[in-house]
Write a protein that binds this ligand. Sequence first.
Ligand code: 5RP
Length: 234
Amino acid sequence: MDKDLGKKNAAEEAARYVEDGMTVGIGTGSTAAFFIDCLKDRIAQGWRLRGVPTSEDSRIKAEHAGVEIIVPDETTRIDIAIDGTDEADPALNLIKGGGGALLREKIVAAAAERFIVIADKSKRVATLGAFALPIEIEPFGWSLTVRAIRDRLSDLKFPSAELVLRAQNSAPILSDGGHFIVDCALGRIDGPSALDAAMRDIPGVIETGLFCGLADIAIFGDEDGVSIAEPSKF
Ligand code: 5RP
């Protein structure tokens, strides 16, 4: 499959949900970048769009596209948020954070009136977990937090979980918020919502890449077009 074409098709379909004058939550990653291109086309046609980007990278791209960047305050209404994902299950629970923007992405997705996920169809999975779960943690005492995560995962029957601090040239990579990210290879996640709560309960854990019950629809693209999925209830 041509994944880029799948991402582009999904992004173009998602752009149909955006209307002139809206405030848009703008995701992060290569699929979100295709979506920003679509916003640029709309703005060239005379539309006015305000945006809340979920990363510095997307802020720069959106600014170049002509989106009016806003820093949200308590009165801000985010009409729609559109973002990529690393995995999506049939209930539209997601693993996100491959690009390290999970914290801001989750804040924006949770605040938006509508949250639409866009992805090439390879991201659609029966059960989450093949993609390592990113967990954002406070740098202070980070190795104690990693130990606590490992212990909790063992209690939760993930005894062979592999935890890796995200790093480049041996230096930890910082998120836009100045935090570390630990990638947790778990293999299979049967109860994502419970796992999310258990991880966020650990002091030092700031956020996880599990997005449960947030997505309203997902648009999956391939070379031939798109399919639209709603969360299946079971
Ligand atoms: C960034 C994310 C991205 O949405 C996710 O990693 C998917 O990226 P891409 O669209 O490049 O496949 O969660 O934190």
